[in-house]
Ligand binder design. Structure first.
Ligand code: PEP
Length: 239
């Protein structure tokens, strides 16, 4: 399985931050590792410019969300087709911040993932339990339910799953390595051998190597640590 390290810039980044990509490429002396997919998901405002400037440099670009319709009267929304047109190869769907801030249900996430496939993008479908659900011993059941409701009904090896425990996002806390391995093994049983499963939630240069060497962890979805080229480069190197 070809590993994927994806950076989610969230609502961060102005045009003045484009040099972070330059610095990332420079950290590898201008030659990004060939055996790893390196992806940056910047805000939609920067996507087209960054993709045009850097897509030939071994860095891929993606969106952070998309609408399920290809076009239409949906003020403020961006379709998967628009992201593809701007140079995206991937799109994150169902991030826990969108599930909580925007009330996105599994059915909405599935429609967005299906829209991504329709537009030729690889959807990165985020799933993960809350702390209360983990404490109640329901983490695997919750994630299985989210997958059941969010996975597109069509096949697609390009579909990527990101296991992101809600309580680990942006908190500096992570599950134990055993808990990550157990969850990834459970997800593997559901999604099969040909889809990548990323871990996300407070991945940093200091913990990346131990997480990325676990069975069934095919890469990482990185939030905060993707904003600084030096940290993101260290995570790629750990892989
Ligand atoms: C994320 O938002 O997808 C994420 C994993 O964030 P962080 O790495 O900052 O926990």
């Amino acid at each position: 399985m070809r590993p994927l390290i994806a950076g989610n810039w969230k609502m961060n980044g102005l045009s003045a931050d484009a040099p972070e990509i330059e610095a990332l490429i420079s950290a590898f002396d201008g030659a990004m590792p060939e055996k790893i997919d390196v992806l940056i998901c910047p805000p939609a405002t920067l996507l087209g410019g960054l993709a045009a400037a850097y897509e030939d440099e071994g860095v891929q670009f993606g969106g952070q969300d998309c609408h399920s319709a290809p076009s239409g009267a949906h003020t403020g929304e961006v379709s998967a087709e628009m992201l593809a047109d701007a140079g995206a190869a991937f799109v994150i769907v169902g991030h826990s911040e969108r599930r909580s801030d925007n009330g996105e249900t599994d059915a909405i996430v599935r429609a967005k993932a299906e829209a991504a496939l329709r537009a030729g993008l690889a959807p990165i479908i985020c799933v993960g339990e809350t702390e209360a659900e983990r404490d109640a011993g329901r983490a695997e059941a919750v994630v299985a339910g989210q997958l059941e409701g969010s996975l597109p009904r069509t096949d697609g090896d390009e579909i990527v799953i990101a296991y992101e425990p809600v309580w680990a996002i942006g908190t500096g806390r992570t599950p134990t390595l055993d808990d990550i391995a157990d969850m990834h093994a459970a997800i593997r049983k559901i999604v099969g051998d040909r889809r990548r499963i990323l871990y996300g939630g407070s991945v940093k240069p200091g913990n990346a190597a131990e997480i990325l060497r676990l069975d069934d962890v095919d890469g990482a979805l990185v939030g905060g640590a993707s904003l600084k080229a030096a940290d993101f480069a260290a995570i790629i190197r750990a892989l």
